[in-house]
Design a binder for this molecule. Structure first.
Ligand code: SAJ
Length: 421
């Protein structure tokens, strides 16, 4: 059977490789021609997809990519994994999902299954995609073709949980779609979790990410309170997480980045308004998490003040700019907000990030500086914004004059040149 994967990004590419490895022929549809060429020459551009795994399925002729939709009629299953961002004023932006759906609708043929994996508000599959597909093809869902939602759950950088061994929720727009979609995913992923509708499947995923956003905001709020009370939030949390049941570890940080947690919950918030329902937790979590870069700056001002340094005369080194540890992704990275705030204070800012050799953003272009003792000594303050595993933190502690640790890396071994968030 032939499977189409539309969107070969951090979700689509690992999925395409997994589907090819279990024996399907996979046709990737990717609008970025550079990515198409890289896939067809067996070169991975996604950290979680080793090049040799990709090269193998490409060499065996089981995976190829193209920019156009011309081969849709050959596909038995079409999986969609395109971005679902927000517009400037925190409103869902379905332009990519709608664009792909329109391309599919004129090429749809009887027997095909279409499955949306992109994270979106409950109702997208049934209320947005279904009418476009039926109108454009003249076919009827559940009889001629099948339509499902199966949210992706990849956790970028996570070595233990891969596409294959992470349980997959599947919901259909009707029983036949659920049956066909479950049968397909069961051949690729170890565990399939069927739910009664596409809306339920959409809500499962947005709930998962809202759960994270709210819990991260809760510990961030605790950090703000502890700062006010003169308590050590890291000590409090480490002790709290010794509770063997009914709690799970979250830690404060410089803010919440990535293209999921800061964004997905607002899809639910937006849809809930249609039902005159106010999702208080989501709005509050977003508010608190977005405040954290400013809190980091507040701590920087106090430290520089104690060092008798005006921010405009300070040389600050940002240690880590990616949105979380061990990834190279800069999207919505709170470290970039800290960088912007520091530059606005007139500070001289450099950065070191082993995953990000250079960055150009908002008119700034910087290269990652080497983490040497002279570079460390050249700077008045190191702000640890991303706790990549590969950095030698003892070396940094030995040579840095002052460190603001926003990730609690030094929380179990304090020293007088380290200040915890
Ligand atoms: N963060 C904290 N404190 C924490 C946890 C995270 O400040 O205790 C920050 C991170 O530094 C990062 C942001 O929040 O900036 C998001 O972190 P994340 O761990 O949620 O990472 P994501 O967004 O890459 O991946 C999440 C997935 N994470 C996990 O399940 C561990 C998962 O929720 C989804 O598969 C994924 O979003 C997605 O694609 O929706």
């Amino acid at each position: 059977a032939v499977v189409g994967v539309v969107g070969l990004g951090y979700v689509g590419l690992p999925l395409a490789v997994e589907i090819a490895r279990v024996g399907f022929r996979v046709l990737g549809v990717e609008r970025n021609p550079k990515r198409v060429d890289l896939v067809n020459s067996g070169k991975s551009y996604i950290d979680d997809v080793p090049t040799e795994k990709l090269a193998e399925v490409v060499r065996e002729g089981r995976l190829e990519a193209r920019v156009d939709f011309s081969r849709v009629p050959e596909m038995d299953v079409i999986v969609i994994a395109v971005p679902t961002p927000l517009t400037r004023n925190l409103v869902p932006d379905l332009q990519y999902v709608e664009g792909v759906t329109r391309e599919l609708s004129s090429r749809l043929r009887p027997g095909q299954l279409v499955s949306l994996e992109s994270t979106t508000y409950p109702g997208t599959t049934e209320e947005v995609m279904l009418p476009i597909l039926e109108r454009g093809s003249g076919l009827r869902v559940e009889e001629d073709f099948f339509l499902a939602h199966s949210p992706e759950r990849v956790d970028p950088g996570n070595k233990n949980f891969t596409t294959k061994n992470t349980s997959k929720v599947v919901g259909g727009v009707g029983p036949a779609s659920l049956e066909v979609a479950s049968a397909f995913y069961a051949q690729v992923i170890d565990q399939v979790v069927p739910v009664s509708s596409a809306k339920a499947a959409e809500l499962v995923k947005v709930y998962e990410n809202t759960f994270r956003a709210v819990n991260i905001a809760l510990v961030n709020e605790l950090a703000l309170l502890c700062d006010r009370m003169g308590l050590n939030v890291w000590e409090v949390l480490d002790a709290a997480f010794t509770k063997p049941f009914g709690i799970m570890p979250f830690y404060p940080g410089p803010g919440v980045g990535g293209h999921c947690i800061p964004i997905d919950p607002h899809y639910l918030e937006w849809k809930a308004k249609e039902f005159n329902f106010n999702t208080h937790f989501i709005a509050l979590a977003g508010e608190i998490n977005r405040k954290m870069p400013e809190f980091v700056l507040e701590k920087v001002r106090r430290i520089l003040n104690d060092m008798r340094l005006a921010p405009s005369a300070a040389r600050v080194l940002l240690l880590g700019v990616a949105y979380k540890k061990d990834v190279s992704d800069l999207r919505e990275s709170p470290a970039l907000d800290v960088l912007r705030l520091l530059r606005r204070e007139g500070a001289q800012v450099a950065y070191h990030d082993p995953f990000v050799p250079e960055l150009s953003w908002e008119g700034i272009s910087l290269r990652s500086v080497p983490l040497t003792d002279e570079v460390l000594r050249e700077h008045d303050l190191v702000v640890l914004t991303t706790d990549h595993t590969s950095v030698d933190y003892e070396f940094v502690r030995r040579h840095a004059r002052k460190i603001l640790d926003t990730r609690g890396v030094y929380r179990r071994s304090p020293s007088d040149n380290v200040v915890l968030l």
